[in-house]
Design a protein around this ligand. Structure first.
Ligand code: XMP
Length: 434
């Protein structure tokens, strides 16, 4: 078990904002791990912690009954707000909200003797050493999606073992315009990584031909993806598989009350790879929050266009192209989406929204272009803000910006003569259209 020195264990006794709280403590360079109140004292001791923090939104007898095992551990402890009611004799801290960690940080530095050495620079050094120790002189294969997590893991493993890492980048044909070029440019040209680029566009689009039903589309894309990736990964003969698992994936797969049914989401270790592909996993950022992963990426020299991009769904434009996907209409969506993204960047709005994108709507309407009657397709624009993608608010993009996007789309994208703006929040809408 890998240990980080000066670890503080944060015992979650039923606190909705526990991840935010942990993240806030870490921002003071104090390494904090979250464990549920049902964890055993032995598991806590495996991390050789310097101290324990207890958090709860409300006191609860059932939870309180399980806390005695921690009382017996000989180390500094502090209970925040309502948790103090369940831990008689333990020092109490007050916090205004999940981001108020002043008293708790004071406790970590004074009572637990933390020195504030948890920095991402130190993390990179340790992670590189750990990867080298784990992999030895063997090789690693990694599925590069173009997203933040897999990109940072690629850069980290590459720093540790260089050419013994092979990245596999599968183009399923449903990527954004210029995406394959961008990924290849960064990883092949700049980082000089070994990259296997698999253009499986035809394979995916042939399988998807005529398929309208959203869930079937997703299943086809998911299954093909695993097949194509597994083939390419097996061809490398690497015994190790690099993965971009991050801390929230792990935390949300641990049940707070010990009951597997209370898991928020299950964590699929190998991204659904077939059982017979027996890889050993290398997951160097599994204890980092998303913004820490980004910081590691910056330290390793990944560009902001890669690190600060909007979330993009695994099935790609497949869930933004309503109905059966044809090459011609997919091209319309890629072109329109590219215009939306360009104008967002030009106007400074890209960083102000969580996700903003185009959707292809398989409806034709009558319009006028160059004095002639047209009968062409519709593109929708959607812009939302969110903190966790569970709920989302519509962003009121300036009309001027929307007009610019709309004018460019109808002018530059052949086959589209109308643009509409999606003003539905989540709920009742979902962020993606399919
Ligand atoms: P919905 O549409 O469910 O989306 O409101 C919530 C968030 O998840 C993203 N999303 C996906 N991400 N694979 C992914 O990796 C998927 O199949 C998928 N579907 C939706 C979506 O972009 C939004 O951020």
């Amino acid at each position: 078990m890998k240990r980080t020195k000066e670890t503080i264990v944060l015992i979650n006794c039923g606190c909705a904002g526990v991840q935010k709280f942990a993240r806030a403590i870490r921002s003071h360079h104090i390494y904090t791990m979250v464990m549920p109140y049902t964890v055993t004292a032995e598991r806590v001791m495996e991390e050789a912690p310097s101290g324990l923090i207890f958090v709860a939104d409300a006191a609860c007898d059932k939870v309180a009954a399980q806390l005695a095992k921690f009382q017996a551990l000989d180390m500094p402890k502090i209970a925040v707000n309502a948790a103090a009611d369940m831990l008689p004799g333990v020092k109490k801290a007050n916090a205004k909200d999940d981001l108020d960690v002043a008293e708790v940080c004071d406790f970590c530095m004074k009572d637990c003797a933390c020195t504030g050495s948890w920095t991402m620079e130190n993390f990179v050094e340790e992670a590189v050493a750990d990867i080298r120790a784990q992999v030895g002189d063997q090789t690693v294969v990694l599925g590069l999606s173009g997203g933040v997590d897999s990109s940072v893991v690629a850069a980290l493993i590459h720093k540790a073992i260089g050419d013994r890492l092979t990245c596999v980048f599968v183009n399923h044909g449903l990527l954004r315009k210029h995406e394959p070029e961008m990924v290849r440019q960064i990883f092949e040209d700049t980082f000089k990584m070994k990259l296997v680029y698999v253009d499986a566009t035809d394979r995916f689009l042939d399988k998807l031909a005529g398929v309208e039903e959203p869930e079937r589309k997703r299943k086809i894309i998911g299954k093909e993806f695993i097949d194509v990736f597994a083939e390419a990964a097996a061809a490398t003969n690497a015994p190790f598989l690099g993965q971009g698992t991050i801390y929230p994936d792990i935390l949300e797969s641990i049940p707070l009350d010990g009951n597997p049914e209370s898991v928020i989401k299950s964590h699929h270790n190998v991204g659904g790879l077939p059982e017979d592909l027996k890889f050993q996993l290398v997951e160097p950022v599994e204890r980092l929050f998303k913004d820490e992963v980004r910081e590691v990426g910056r330290i390793l020299g990944l560009p902001s266009v890669m690190l600060d991009r909007h979330p993009f769904p695994g099935p790609g434009l497949g869930v933004r192209h309503v109905g059966a996907i044809k090459r011609e209409t997919l091209r319309m969506l890629q072109d329109a989406d590219n215009i939306v993204t360009e104008e967002l960047h030009n106007s400074g709005w890209y960083a102000k929204t969580w996700q903003t994108f185009a959707i292809f709507v398989p409806v034709k309407s009558v319009g006028m272009k160059d004095g002639k009657r047209t009968y062409e397709h519709v593109i929708a624009i959607r812009s939302i803000n969110s903190v966790d993608a569970v709920t989302a608010d519509v962003v009121e993009l300036p009309w001027e910006l929307l007009f610019k996007m709309s004018n460019r789309i109808v002018k530059e994208v052949e086959g589209v003569n109308r643009v509409v703006y999606d003003i539905t929040g989540k709920p009742p809408g979902t962020i993606e259209w399919e």
